[in-house]
Design a protein around this ligand. Structure first.
Ligand SMILES: Nc1ncnc2c1ncn2[C@@H]1O[C@H](COP(=O)(O)OP(=O)(O)O)[C@@H](O)[C@H]1O
Ligand SMILES: [Mg+2]
Length: 378
């Protein structure tokens, strides 16, 4: 429950962050859109201003020529003022003055236009910088969003798997204790009780001998022998369950064969085992791991699947070991995690420890197959 709450809290925080960052991204987009529009507008205005400047220069040039001509005319009229009427002189004078005033105005306007042009150019440069900065920021934000969406969300998964591992560690300790309890009970109920019986019976043999009842003594000793044999069988079975010695003595394939035959016999289920590739002794670590993988998956197929056929295939290649365990049973939903189940998790842990991969495929009513691949150099 506590885990659920912290998971949703983390999700909430991440989603909140994503929302804030997404809003900032939209805002930056708006800013850069506005800047871009303003930029377009300024470019248009600059073009018009430049054209106006050129027009003013042309107009100014023409007017200047006219003013020069008018001045000459004024000088001439002034020099020979006796040849011209007062009206004519005034007209020339006023004309010249008007043109000079207009020229000054045009020059003034041209200056203002040039200043405007320079100002527009400066603003355009600064706007370009703003747009560039906004674009850079937008791409940084896109990176952050990817982080938040993909990488950060995986933190949740990582926490989950760390918790799973921690629980698995605890489960191992628990399982160890349970195993010890089971073994001590088995020895207590089995071989220990049988030995006590044997001791008792051997005393009876002793007594019969002393009473010279050889016949009776022979019957007793036959019984004792039977009991010793079955104790021996029990002890061997317990040892085998702990760790099949065949695994160390004979190797993986003969041990799996023997195990599978035993289990099939005991559970009345058909189990096929086949191996291809080299039948070589493997590194002990791998032999133990693969034996335990077979054990867990076969036990699952028997316990949960109610399968009538289980197939185990092992392939020993030059660079890897492949194993397929397949049953024709009930199947299950692999996405659903059981709280107190650690068999499959343990299998995965083992495979990951050997840097391999494990894939579970299961279909309801169709059965389950588990494919394991582990790199291995022969
Ligand atoms: N071969 C299978 N067929 C059907 N269900 C399976 C099989 N293997 C595993 N399961 C399901 O997955 C669960 C988890 O298995 P496991 O991790 O081995 O834990 P456990 O065996 O202790 O329940 C089982 O309880 C069972 O519901
Ligand atoms: Mg299991």
């Amino acid at each position: 429950m506590a885990q659920k709450i912290s998971d949703t809290a983390l999700d909430y925080v991440i989603n909140e962050m994503i929302e804030v960052v997404e809003n900032s991204k939209d805002e930056i987009f708006n800013i850069s859109e506005e800047a871009r529009k303003e930029h377009e507008h300024l470019v248009k205005e600059l073009k018009e201003t430049k054209e106006k400047v050129i027009r003013h220069i042309d107009d100014g040039d023409q007017l200047e020529q006219k003013v020069r001509y008018s001045r000459q005319r004024l000088a001439e009229v002034s020099k020979y003022f006796d040849r011209y009427s007062e009206n004519e002189i005034r007209e020339v004078y006023e004309n010249t003055h008007a043109m000079q005033t207009k020229l000054a105005m045009i020059q003034q306007e041209e200056k203002a236009l040039r200043e405007k042009r320079d100002d527009l150019e400066r603003r355009l440069i600064s706007l370009s910088h703003t747009i560039e900065r906004a674009e850079a920021l937008a791409s940084k934000i896109a990176v952050i969003l990817t982080y938040l969406h993909d990488d950060f969300k995986q933190v949740n998964k990582m926490i989950e798997s760390a918790k799973e591992k921690q629980e698995f560690g605890l489960k191992i300790i628990e399982a160890q204790e349970e195993e010890r309890r089971r073994i001590s009970r088995e020895i207590h109920d089995g071989p220990a009780q049988m030995l006590a019986n044997i001791l008792l019976r051997s005393e009876l043999v002793d007594r019969s001998f002393r009473a010279n009842n050889v016949e009776q003594a022979l019957v007793e000793i036959k019984d004792v022998r039977k009991m010793v044999r079955s104790s021996l069988y029990e002890v061997r079975r317990i040892i085998y369950d702990l760790r099949p010695m065949a695994l160390d003595d004979l190797g993986l394939i003969p041990t799996i064969k023997k195990y599978v035959a035993n289990i099939a016999d005991y559970n009345n289920t058909e189990i096929e085992f086949s191996s291809t590739g080299e039948e070589k002794r493997l590194n002990q670590k791998y032999e133990v791991a693969f034996f335990r993988l077979v054990q867990e998956s076969v036990q699952n197929a028997i316990k949960h699947a109610e399968a009538s056929l289980i197939q185990v295939k092992l392939e020993i290649c030059k660079n890897n070991l492949t194993m397929l365990i397949k049953d024709n049973g009930k199947g299950f939903d692999t996405k659903q995690k059981k709280d107190k189940s650690f068999g499959l998790i343990g299998m995965r842990e083992r495979v990951e420890m050997l840097e391999g991969k494990m894939k579970i495929n299961s279909k309801i009513d169709k059965g389950t197959s588990i494919l394991i691949q582990v790199p291995y150099n022969l």
